[in-house]
Ligand binder design. Structure first.
Ligand SMILES: [Zn+2]
Length: 53
């Protein structure tokens, strides 16, 4: 079971990445350092849910 998630920059709150994760292997919400084009540097990105229409 894979869930689509988005990764949002903690600094500017922009949704910069969309990915999926395996719920079984990664049940916890995770934070990851990724490049943010708006901040022009690597920032902490936090997992968020994507609502399906
Ligand atoms: Zn940012």
């Amino acid at each position: 079971m894979r869930d689509l998630i988005k990764l949002s920059c903690e600094e500017c709150k922009r949704d910069n990445y969309v990915t999926d994760k395996n719920k079984r292997t990664m049940p916890e919400k995770f934070k990851i350092k990724k490049y943010c084009a708006a901040c022009r540097t690597h920032t902490v990105h936090k997992e968020g849910k994507i609502s399906k229409g």
